[in-house]
Design a protein around this ligand. Structure first.
Ligand SMILES: NC(=O)C1=CN([C@@H]2O[C@H](COP(=O)(O)OP(=O)(O)OC[C@H]3O[C@@H](n4cnc5c(N)ncnc54)[C@H](OP(=O)(O)O)[C@@H]3O)[C@@H](O)[C@H]2O)C=CC1
Ligand SMILES: O=C1O[C@H](COP(=O)(O)O)[C@@H](O)[C@H](O)[C@H]1O
Length: 465
């Protein structure tokens, strides 16, 4: 069988993965790719991995096979494993990049699965080479290391290809999550009229994970929880929860609406001391696994004071949301994984005398991965009919056809920017967190501690949700 037939007869396309030896590639990108291939996408795809490490082809193929293992599909997945190859390269060097581009076949999609500072250098180095016509660039969050570098990165990227060929990946924007939120909000008459400052007391967006550093010091110790999760993923979720209804779910309308709401977002009271918290884990145990303190993990520079948990409260300063705190939090090495947005409603204006048990506020819970919906209400339970009981009505959104990385990769391979973060939005997210980063650098907010395997520090800004 010749190669074109083997790939389903499609035209050739190369996915060049820079940072192929890293955590993202093994844990999320390759499994996402295999899901995509199994779903019939990517005919004619040639996978080319590259990393700093001197891996041979066997070692790389093993990694690809292992990451693809969960996907049961013979043809296209197996063909991609058979043909994939690996090249060692330092992507900050133009000569090495030239070698990589020369090894590509057909249309080129370059995935920068690299720490952000290395991505920036690689883009500079590519500037001196000139890219093949139609090349698409897939850039991982965080986009830059601060606002100024995000602006610079956008300029460098714009010098390489047109904006529609740049895919800034945020896998929290996997298509089903986006559509779940938009469908829930804008296709249900009973919800949208109460999603505003008249009825909502607060919105919490929480991403706690039991994962700890997982050998990612090279990237994570420079980033920390605020940049790794809050500045990127959680602000994207906030944008979906707070934006006005777009007339269509096409790329332009959706991205315009997100940009508009993020432009209106700023730190609560413009007071980083009152509106942010940071902490890092000390030694503890999670599900029988003993973890060292973050500061003692291999590759961590304890003196840098990198936080593994970050909290930030913001205001979405629009007619709809003015006065409602949006509280964002992400922590590593937490007792359990919890990924959800919780919308807490105000109390009813007047509950008839004689009814009790209604004190717990109504809540709308939107879980991410698995995507679930929960509505907390107070209704009559068994026994005394004058006493209400809290109940939760649950529903599954149902899994998407593809894993989130499959969805964002599909956008990049097909040239559809709907799920990609637009350049101006990337800069806006840095503007929102900048005052917090500055206050933390100046030690205005102390670096707290929590035990690995606990539910975080005592002085949380999101108590009891
Ligand atoms: N891991 C995750 O869960 C997620 C990560 N991301 C994003 O992905 C990006 C990468 O993160 P992650 O994979 O975790 O980080 P890792 O530290 O695990 O991997 C970084 C990769 O970059 C390579 N690299 C570093 N410098 C160079 C260089 N000069 N030339 C070539 N390769 C180089 C490393 O090679 P070597 O190991 O040889 O140094 C390694 O393969 C980050 O932007 C992160 O925010 C996004 C979503 C999820
Ligand atoms: O982007 C990132 O996301 C992961 C969590 O995403 P998930 O889809 O695996 O739940 C996080 O662990 C990592 O630190 C961060 O870089």
């Amino acid at each position: 069988m010749d190669r074109a037939q083997d790939r389903g007869g499609g035209s050739e396309q190369t996915l060049l993965v820079l940072g192929a030896t890293g955590d993202l590639t093994g844990r999320l990108l390759l499994p996402g790719l295999s899901g995509l291939l199994a779903a019939g996408a990517g005919p004619g795809l040639f996978l080319l991995g590259s990393g700093l490490e001197d891996w041979d082809e066997d070692r790389w193929r093993r990694r690809v096979s292992e990451s693809f293992a969960a996907t049961s599909d013979g043809g296209r997945v197996a063909a991609t494993v058979r043909q994939t190859t690996y090249l060692q390269a330092d992507v900050t060097r133009a000569d090495d990049l030239r070698r990589l581009l020369d090894a590509c076949r057909g249309d080129v999609v370059i995935f920068f699965a690299l720490p952000p500072a290395v991505t920036a250098k690689a883009c500079r180095a590519l500037g001196s080479l000139g890219l093949p016509e139609g090349t698409r660039l897939v850039v991982e969050k965080p986009f830059g290391v601060d606002r100024a570098s995000a602006v610079q990165l956008n300029q460098d990227l714009a010098g390489l290809v047109a904006e529609e060929q740049i895919h800034r990946v945020d896998h929290f924007l996997g298509k089903s999550t986006v559509l779940n939120i938009l469908g829930l909000r804008f296709a249900n008459r009973i919800l949208e009229p109460v999603l505003n400052a008249d009825h909502v007391a607060s919105v919490d967006i929480v991403f706690d994970e039991s994962l700890a550093l997982e050998d990612r010091a090279g990237y994570y110790d420079q980033a920390g929880a605020l940049v790794d999760m809050v500045q990127s993923h959680l602000l994207q979720v906030l944008a979906l929860l707070a934006m006005e209804a777009p007339p269509t779910v096409g790329a332009r309308e959706l991205r315009d609406r997100k940009a508009q709401v993020l432009r209106a977002t700023h730190l609560w009271g413009n007071d980083p001391a009152a509106s942010s918290r940071r902490a890092r884990y000390v030694a503890g145990e999670i599900g029988g696994r003993r973890l060292p303190a973050y500061a003692d993990e291999a590759g961590v520079d304890a003196g840098r004071g990198t936080e593994t948990l970050a909290e930030m409260v913001v205001m979405v300063d629009t007619w709809r949301w003015a006065g409602v705190p949006f509280r964002l939090r992400s922590g590593k090495a937490m007792t359990s994984t919890r990924k959800e947005a919780v919308i807490t409603f105000k109390q009813p204006p007047r509950v008839p005398d004689g009814l009790s048990g209604w004190e717990q506020p109504d809540r709308l819970r939107i879980g991410f991965g698995p995507d679930r919906l929960g509505i907390d209400l107070n209704i009559n339970g068994p026994g005394d009919p004058f006493v209400l009981d809290p109940v939760t009505l649950d529903a599954d959104f149902g899994p998407g056809a593809l894993p989130p990385y499959g969805e964002v990769l599909k956008g990049a391979l097909d040239g559809d920017p709907t799920l990609s973060v637009r350049g101006d939005t990337a800069e806006e997210c840095w503007r929102i967190v900048e005052p917090v980063l500055a206050a933390w650098r100046a030690d205005v907010v102390p670096l707290g501690e929590y035990a690995a395997g606990s539910s975080g520090p005592q002085d949380s800004l999101l108590p009891g949700i």
